[in-house]
Write a protein that binds this ligand. Sequence first.
Ligand SMILES: NC(=O)C1=CN([C@@H]2O[C@H](COP(=O)(O)OP(=O)(O)OC[C@H]3O[C@@H](n4cnc5c(N)ncnc54)[C@H](O)[C@@H]3O)[C@@H](O)[C@H]2O)[C@@H](O)CC1
Ligand SMILES: Nc1ncnc2c1ncn2[C@@H]1O[C@H](COP(=O)(O)OP(=O)(O)O)[C@@H](O)[C@H]1O
Ligand SMILES: [K+]
Length: 519
Amino acid sequence: MRTGYGVETVRAAERALMARLPEGALMQRAAAGLAAACNGLLGRTYGARVVLLVGSGDNGGDALYAGARLARRGAGVTAVLLAPERAHEGGLTALRAAGGRTVVAPGAVVEGVAEPVGGIIARADLVVDGIVGIGGKGGLRPAAVELADLVREAGVPVVAVDLPSGVEAETGEVAGVAVRADATVTFGTYKPGLLIDPAREYAGAVRLIDIGLGPHLPGGALDAAGTGSDGSGTGRGRSDDGSGKGPSPSPAVEALQHGDVARLLPRPDAESDKYRRGVVGVVAGSARYPGAAVLAVAGALRSGAGAVRYAGPGADTVIARYPETLVSAGPPRKAGRVQAWVVGPGLGDEQDARQAVAEVLDSDVPLLVDADGLRLMDLDAVRARTAPTVLTPHAGEASALLGVPREQVEGARLASVRDLAARTASTVLLKGSTTLVADPDSSVPVRVNATGTGWLATAGTGDVLSGLIGGLLAAGLPARDAASAGAYVHGLAGRLAPDPPSATNVAGALRHAWHDITT
Ligand SMILES: NC(=O)C1=CN([C@@H]2O[C@H](COP(=O)(O)OP(=O)(O)OC[C@H]3O[C@@H](n4cnc5c(N)ncnc54)[C@H](O)[C@@H]3O)[C@@H](O)[C@H]2O)[C@@H](O)CC1
Ligand SMILES: Nc1ncnc2c1ncn2[C@@H]1O[C@H](COP(=O)(O)OP(=O)(O)O)[C@@H](O)[C@H]1O
Ligand SMILES: [K+]
């Protein structure tokens, strides 16, 4: 499991660790890791031109100490200081002692002459962004914006220290201008902003440097065990990471890895039969959108469930394509027993569709609602359900449910998915550039999916995902595990399918993804 912690949690862990170490030792570990990463990116450090962008906090300190290390290996290092009188003193001394030089940033409010740094940046082989790290508040200040603009115009390689300056560590939001990095060297743990778009996109390739923080982070042992079970960290009433009220007892976000998903995916044993393995019922498709029925069934058939029932107007189309499906043309209540329902893809908005959604909402088995189902569902009925409910909106559907503009959902994905999960008392999977899965209990970490690809943004792939997750629910996975494992397998299938994939290709590639994960 890959975990991301909020700022207060990171700071508390750092305090605990620092209390056991000599003064400055932690920053030296960070700087050593940063310098090693820069050496790797430069290829040849001797004679390379390195520019450090140095803010007034410890993030700048990391950059200065790493710059000193690079200078000792023969790099020509220039530090551009945003606040010369507040720059990290020890770092400045170390850099100067190693032969590095300093200049004052344009826009820096200081006595002395600001030097034109555009040329220095444009000629750099590498820019090290140490403007601001986890201490950043709000959008970048004007002098920092000016530097970020110069770096963007120069188009030179950038490595960000801990985080690209200007992105929100806590949320992945980006308020205004931020530095775009080719790589980010982060310390001790991932931060949510490194895993969630839009910030994730600014970070480039992320490298985690171990500075010994692990044992001081809450929930670390549990996460390392990779149990993936629901309820980790529950019941301890964490304060929300954005509140600044103190560290939380669990990670803010976590991302499943291959091993975690392998442990979650259903596996038949000697006593299995098709009913024990789980039967998933699919209510999808309409005269207008018959393909959605086929695609949702395609996903369900590759989910590891024992059988797939289909109920609705697409029965003939489905059986023609997948003879292994148990089909009926009537309403869900007449389809026979299932262990989970999927409702919504391509359902249209006829009266029959509305009635079908109401019927499955009324059932006492796990339910996934997608697409048209999200428009047709009665919110009170959703909240009143006794069995788990999974909602799978894209940003547009989430914006309609939340009553906010779509851009707001896309700009604040973490807050949006948490809000929707709390309001609907459901597990919510928010689709898009970063797929997030939130539990209705806000103390449970939000799962971030790491496997997707932009190629999945093609018609019908969401239908496949619905069927897949529904099958995992029928096989007995808890809602959060079914949704996040489903997103993982689906994202991997998107990558394994030939470019550019169609939804049918993605459904076909699910078995390759499954094989890749479990063997
Ligand atoms: N605390 C520790 O033990 C360690 C911290 N490390 C580094 O220290 C960083 C955190 O250091 P700090 O707490 O000093 O905070 P930062 O250096 O991240 O930022 C604080 C400084 O940035 C300025 N600032 C805040 N918001 C800004 C904005 N929007 N635009 C421009 N300037 C802004 C503030 O005036 C303040 O001086 C981490 O990100 C990491 O790089 C590492 O050295 C590892 C060890
Ligand atoms: N930019 C993107 N990067 C990665 N995955 C994406 C992106 N945009 C969409 N997706 C994924 O593609 C799928 C599209 O689902 P959806 O929007 O419901 O489409 P449809 O209704 O046509 O099936 C989802 O799995 C979603 O997460
Ligand atoms: K930074």
